[in-house]
Design a protein around this ligand. Structure first.
Ligand code: UDP
Ligand code: MG
Length: 325
């Protein structure tokens, strides 16, 4: 592979969405500096409408660390939107989205960077050991990837989160995507470029609490399915055809029976079963159409993905050599 010319000492943008993470931010900054003592860093925190002490903690980080950038959103827009805002604000030669809870270990970044130096545009973290995730989370993730990759036109690598290192060109491509419902894992795959997996063990959350409950994960999974596949819409034509086919055969059987054996009173139970079954199928179909229609509505309205309140950059101390755009 011929590697394109790349800066020897790239500016690395770390993009970190945070929601009520006052405890985790200082731990994260310390761990990041430990893992990458010599790197040129830009750390873009996106405050996704925190209601705890996070704004004050970020303020302190800005004052103490010229590498910090804080993008404050006007309210909570969700992790995918916060990530989108962070990617738009990042100015580095390479960009690494990370969770602030240190579940994505900073020590993996040098490995990702090595792949980039080899000429890859994307090096994505592959969660090899999910031992720290709960059984339920692992099972639901397993099934999500299975079903997604069966139905979607575009497979996404299994056990891969947002943690990855992307070349500037990849980030520019992502920033151009206009959609409102942003399923980042899918969009990362959609833009393409040369990608390589880098296995790592997912660490337990270091401080604070998870923001994703079962309901939010379910919403995220639905976003994923509906944004990357129209299969749930199309499948009902086939179900309908199968039911109609069965009905024709059954009608023939009834006619034949009536001709041969005479008229009899058909069972109430079988009638009820058929009516309820078909009613159920029709309601499911309507629900699926509703899912897509709802998303279509969101896209058509064309509201922005997020609203930025303020963007603040750390003030460099005289001659610290940190370049500012
Ligand atoms: N997060 C966010 N907005 C939200 C929910 C989460 O910015 O609405 C951030 C959160 O602060 C963290 C990251 O997204 O940095 C991942 O969240 P979390 O660790 O709670 O998710 P989990 O690892 O449990 O899936
Ligand atoms: Mg986490």
């Amino acid at each position: 592979m011929t590697a394109p010319a790349r800066p020897a000492d790239p500016l690395i943008s770390i993009v970190v969405p945070v929601l009520n993470e006052a405890e985790a931010v200082p731990v994260f900054l310390a761990a990041l500096t430990d893992a990458l003592p010599a790197a040129r860093l830009e750390i873009v925190f996106v405050d996704d409408g925190s209601t705890d002490a996070t704004p004050a903690v970020l303020e302190a980080a800005l004052a103490a660390d010229p590498r910090c950038v804080v993008v404050t959103l006007s309210r909570n827009f969700g992790k995918e939107a916060a990530l989108t805002a962070g990617l738009a604000a990042a100015t580095g030669d390479v960009v690494v989205p990370m969770d602030v809870d240190l579940q994505d270990p900073p020590a993996v970044i040098p490995l990702l960077l090595a792949k980039w130096r080899e000429g890859y545009d994307v090096a994505y973290g592959l969660r090899e050991d999910r031992g720290t995730d709960s059984f339920l989370k692992r099972q639901s993730a397993l099934w999500f990837y299975r079903i997604f990759n069966k139905t979607s036109d575009l497979p996404i690598p299994e056990n891969t989160g947002d943690f990855r290192l992307m070349d500037r060109r990849v980030v520019d491509a992502l920033n151009l995507l206009p959609e409102r419902v942003r399923f980042m894992k899918g969009l990362f795959a959609w833009v393409g470029f040369r990608a390589v997996p880098v296995p790592y063990a997912r660490a337990p959350r270091r401080a604070g609490r998870t923001k994703f409950n079962a309901r939010r994960l379910w919403r995220l999974a639905l976003d994923g399915f509906t944004c990357f596949s129209s299969m749930p819409l199309r499948i009902w034509s086939y179900v309908g055809a199968a039911v109609a086919g069965a009905a024709i055969v059954y009608a023939a059987v009834i006619v034949a029976k009536t001709l041969l054996l005479g008229r009899d009173v058909p069972g109430y139970a079988s009638l009820m079963t058929v009516v309820l079954l078909l009613g159920g199928i029709q309601l499911i179909t309507l629900g699926v159409i509703g899912e897509y229609l709802g998303r279509l509505f969101v896209e058509v309205k064309g509201r922005p993905v997020y609203v930025v309140d303020t963007v603040r950059r750390g003030v460099p101390a005289e001659g610290d050599g940190v370049p500012r755009p």
